[in-house]
Design a protein around this ligand. Sequence first.
Ligand code: ZN
Length: 257
Amino acid sequence: MSDQGVQERAEQVARSLRSARRVLVVTGAGMSADSGLPTYRGTAGLYTNAETEEGVPIEVALSGPMFRRDPAVCWRHIGRIEQACRGARPHEGHHVLARLQERMEVVVLTQNVDGLHQAAGSRDVIEIHGNIHELRCPRCSWRLHVETYEDLAAVPTCPECGAVVRPDVVLFEEMLPTRALGRLSAVTEQPFDLVFAIGTSALFPYIVSPVIQQARTGGATVEIDPGETALTHIVRHKLRCGAAEGLTAIEAALRQG
Ligand SMILES: [Zn+2]
């Protein structure tokens, strides 16, 4: 069984972690999968189905230009994504990462827009695609955190200025948030002892490059993913399993040592 392989590799990772002071954890849709969230295609950090009833590809329905042209279309699809996330709880893997902060500095770089890392207690989370629970007004400075969209209008408007508000997520054809990008470039200026890639099959350069960079400079890298990804052949330790299983195994090994 693969269990033994996972166990063995978890022990190797734990050995590196024992002396580590600073780690980067890059997470994608596969991280949230253990919380029951669908992964479909992780594009733009949103969980999407292929076709829309408007007769346009989802990349068009969920784009910045569509939000300006017909926000109702955008909101309909964002609402479905939110519904898929609704009630999702962090799994044991999220909690393992939060507990790791007791031993070292842990920076999380995530594509996920579900906020589950923070819900588990991770303090340093770079949400490169935004957070679906944060609403903002594109015209004024109004912002609101919502746990659910249940009580929102189909096309919610700003109570301050009346403009159509939006979730603070990166839509297709939009730029990445400058604050998150700035934070990412700031944290990667200092070396990491270990870089994890967990459930990230996407090929966004800003997601894979910290892992590639770490491997290139001879640093320790770990991938936790049941499948084969573009990173599999370059990482030092590959745990062929889901996020919760892999992280739990690593924490158990860390405690035994
Ligand atoms: Zn406003």
